[in-house]
Design a protein around this ligand. Structure first.
Ligand code: SF4
Length: 66
């Protein structure tokens, strides 16, 4: 699974960090960013919840083979 955050869309609502705090956090400017090692948390079912929770749809979760 691959997580992509479109920082041009992100408005810093923080919903993703609330939904999946092990995977998303907010940077110094309040925009969403992956936690260190956050890609490792892609098996977390809350990642999809976070993508849904994002009000601007900035989070894309894509399946990767393997
Ligand atoms: S929920 Fe969406 S808009 Fe809010 S911080 Fe996360 S990526 Fe950005």
């Amino acid at each position: 699974m691959h997580i992509d955050i479109d920082k041009d869309l992100c408005i810093g609502a923080g919903q993703c960090a609330l939904a999946a705090p092990d995977v998303f956090t907010q940077d110094d400017d309040g925009f969403s960013t992956l936690q260190p090692g956050g890609e490792d948390g892609t098996g977390d079912p809350m990642v999809r919840e976070a993508a849904r929770a994002c009000p601007v749809g900035a989070i894309t979760v894509s399946e990767t083979a393997g």
